[in-house]
Design a protein around this ligand. Structure first.
Ligand code: SAM
Length: 237
C-alpha cells in the first residue's frame, strides 16, 4: 500500500473532464478526508497570443495538430515541473502496469500531461517528462482519459482510501489474476454458488481461490502464467 497522501497535478485543455472524477464517489471522499490532493492546470491559461492558441501544424507535414511547446512549458514551470515526477501518457510509451501504479503511490506528487490531437511537441518530452506510459495497444483521442486511468489505479493504493483487505489478492499480485466472486442469491438462473464458498472452511476456501486464480490466469493471460513459471524456475520472487 502507498505511503502518505499523493497530489495529482493535471495539465489539461479540458479541466472539466478531470474535475468530474475528483468530485465523485470514492475519490471525492478521499479528497474530503485529505488523503488525496489535486490541482488542475488549464494549459490554455498559458497560451501566449490573443487567440489563446495551444496547437499548431507539425513540422515536416502530415495530418493533425500538435500541442505547442510554449504554453505547455509555461504551465509546467508554474507547478515546478522540472523538480517533479512528470508523466506523459501516450500510445508510444512503455506499458503501464500495476507495479508502476504501486511505485507512483509512494510519491508525494505526480504531474500528468494530457495530450490531444497528434500529441505534444517532442521538446516538452525531452525537457520535462520522466515517464512516457501507454495504458494499452490502442489509440484514444484524449490524454484526459488515460491520465484518469493512471490516477484511478494509483489513488486506490494510497493509505486509507480503501481497506487493505480489498487490495490483497487482487489481479496481478504474484502475476496471477483474481478468483471469481459470488454474492446472494445462492442460485441464479440455475447457477449455484460453489459449495466450498458456502461451507465456511477458511483454509479450503483459500485453496479453492488459489486454484481458481491459476486456472483463470492460464486461460486469460498465458503470458502472465509463463512469467510465473520462469520466476519459479529462477528461484522465486
Ligand atoms: N499520434 C499519437 C500516436 O499515434 O501515438 C496519438 C495521439 S492520441 C490521438 C491523443 C492523446 O491521447 C495522446 O497524446 C495521449 O495523451 C492520449 N492517448 C491516446 N492513446 C493512449 C494510450 N494508449 N495510452 C496513453 N495515452 C493515450
Amino acid at each position: 500500500m502507498g505511503g502518505g497522501r499523493v497530489k495529482f497535478t493535471v495539465l489539461t485543455l479540458f479541466p472539466d473532464i478531470v474535475e468530474a472524477f475528483f468530485t465523485s464517489s470514492i475519490m471525492a471522499k478521499a479528497v474530503e478526508r485529505g488523503l488525496i490532493e489535486y490541482e488542475l492546470i488549464n494549459i490554455r491559461d498559458f497560451a501566449q497570443d490573443k487567440h489563446r492558441t495551444c496547437d499548431d501544424s507539425p513540422y515536416g507535414g502530415g495530418a493533425g495538430m500538435v500541442l505547442k511547446a510554449e504554453p505547455l512549458a509555461a504551465a509546467l514551470d508554474s507547478v515546478g515541473g522540472l523538480d517533479k515526477k512528470v508523466v506523459f501518457p501516450t500510445p508510444s510509451g512503455v506499458p503501464y502496469t500495476q507495479k508502476k501504479a504501486e511505485e507512483y503511490a509512494e510519491l508525494d506528487e505526480i504531474v500528468l500531461i494530457c495530450g490531444r490531437y497528434e500529441g505534444i511537441d517532442q521538446r516538452i518530452i525531452d525537457l520535462y517528462v520522466d515517464d512516457e506510459v501507454t495504458i494499452g495497444d490502442y489509440v484514444l483521442s484524449s490524454g484526459e482519459v488515460s491520465s484518469l486511468v493512471l490516477i484511478d489505479s494509483v489513488y486506490r493504493l494510497c493509505s486509507g482510501v480503501i481497506t487493505q483487505e480489498s487490495l490483497e489478492e487482487e489481479s496481478f499480485q504474484d502475476n496471477l489474476l483474481e478468483y471469481p466472486h459470488y454474492t446472494r442469491p445462492e442460485v441464479f438462473r440455475g447457477l449455484a454458488v460453489p459449495e466450498i464458498l458456502r461451507g465456511g472452511h477458511h483454509a479450503k476456501i483459500e485453496e479453492w481461490r488459489h486454484e481458481k486464480r491459476i486456472e483463470k490466469t492460464k486461460k486469460n493471460r498465458p503470458d502472465l502464467w509463463d512469467l510465473n513459471k520462469s520466476i519459479e524456475k529462477s528461484g522465486g520472487y
